[in-house]
Design a protein around this ligand. Structure first.
Ligand SMILES: [Zn+2]
Length: 407
């Protein structure tokens, strides 16, 4: 008899199987094609169990920007969107650039986070503090973005990074001359980062790749220690959408159809899809802030894409679970006996309309407002506990820090 049994369809090693998952003390105790007995049983009907999805690129603000987002609102938003763990970006106000601020950030998350989390540290000539911080990952901006702090010594910052380095690759010189950030700003920075990566042979994760040249360059070099992210907004929106709606300003910017198509043509080789969730108030957006919220729409958009035949359910698990686990060395999240019973449960047939006023993020707008999507996250479980069901967050904040190997 298990404490909990999930009965229905689940995605296991690339196949949708019908059966049961037995859960004891927060872990997967048994996976079986046959029925299992549980003190409690959740019958899933048409829904499908995926491994608990992870978003490796999230801006949760808080600190002095509680108006935009707090750890509470941001991690509730994550659970609502089917995201069981978030990677918190360190370009906060104040930025996480010294070990003391890192400690503050860690304290802030404890007892307040509804989803699990990994915390980042911003690198810029501050190696000693970086080592002292013991962060879960490190972030570097090659050119200026939100927060304005960027590295002028990318090579030495990368060389000293104590763990996986996530890089925002846009070239500062190109940006200075072309504030509209043309594709060359990205491709030039990616080329430079890859040349350095080739000699350093240290883990590098290139964020939000948005250009044809950028993705092709990464795939051509194919360095085993280099991973990269693509965002849903670069997959589903173009420059034309931005021209119609100035709120879609984002760094790197939305590109032309040619670039968008290049991302899709290479989708099978994209290791990570991440939202770059950037919650701004509508007022800040109208004043030109770059970034769009994405936690509550990303999985649904991908499910909609599955329904359109653009990708498979397995792709979602691969790019939002397996890819992040491999890139950052996350331990204990395997969808296997002994792994944590942390799941994202989706219904591919459920249709719904995006209504940002019903979202948990404080950023009450969405690029997809009013859009009808087919496919929805219906339930989220963390360590055997239902934490979101039918759009409602259930229970207290019980998120914990992810166990990241490189720490
Ligand atoms: Zn970002």
């Amino acid at each position: 008899m298990h404490e909990l049994v999930l009965k229905g369809k689940f995605l296991f090693h690339g196949e949708v199987l019908e059966g049961s998952v037995g859960v004891d003390r927060g872990r997967i105790a048994r996976i079986s094609r046959l029925p299992l007995k549980g003190e409690e049983t959740i019958e899933l009907k048409s829904a499908i169990v995926l491994p608990g999805l992870i978003d490796t690129h999230v801006h949760l603000r808080d600190f002095r920007e509680r108006k935009k987002e707090t750890v509470e609102s941001g991690t509730k938003s994550a659970l609502h969107g089917g995201i069981t763990a978030v990677f918190d970006m360190p370009n906060t106000n104040p930025p996480v650039m010294d070990s003391q601020t890192f400690e503050k950030r860690l304290k802030l998350f404890k007892g307040r986070a509804y989803a699990d989390y990994a915390l980042g540290f911003l690198l810029r000539d501050n190696c000693r503090e970086a080592v002292k911080s013991g962060a879960d990952f490190y972030k570097v901006f090659m050119g200026s973005s939100t927060g304005g702090i960027y590295s002028e010594h990318f090579e030495s910052d990368y060389a000293c990074s104590p763990g996986v380095l996530s890089v925002h690759a846009e070239d500062p010189e190109v940006i200075a001359k072309n504030p509209e950030r043309p594709p060359e700003a990205e491709s030039r920075a990616i080329k430079r980062a890859l040349i350095i990566a080739e000699s350093l042979k240290k883990p590098l994760n290139i964020c939000h790749v948005s250009t044809r040249e950028g993705i092709l360059e990464i795939l051509e070099r194919s360095l085993p220690w280099v991973t990269f992210e693509v965002t849903p907004h670069h997959l589903f929106l173009t420059k034309k959408d931005y021209e119609r709606n100035p709120l879609l300003k984002v760094y790197p910017p939305l590109r032309t159809e040619e670039h968008r198509r290049a991302l899709w043509e290479n989708i099978s080789q994209v290791p990570i899809i991440a939202s770059d969730h950037a919650p701004h108030t509508i007022e800040d957006k109208k004043n030109g802030s770059a970034g769009i919220p994405g936690l509550e729409t990303e999985v649904a958009l991908l499910l909609d894409a599955v329904n359109m035949g653009l990708m498979t359910l397995e792709d979602i698990a691969e790019k939002m679970h397996d890819g992040p686990v491999r890139a950052f060395g996350i331990i204990g999240r395997e969808f296997e006996v002994g792994g944590e019973a942390t799941f994202t449960i989706v219904d591919l047939k459920k249709e719904w309309t995006v209504k940002p006023e019903e979202f948990y993020t404080k950023s009450k707008w969405s690029p997809w407002e009013g859009r009808r999507l087919k496919g929805k996250v219906v339930m989220t479980l963390i360590r055997g506990r239902v934490v979101m069901e039918g759009d409602e967050i259930v229970g207290k904040p019980q998120g914990v820090r992810l166990n990241v190997q490189s720490r």
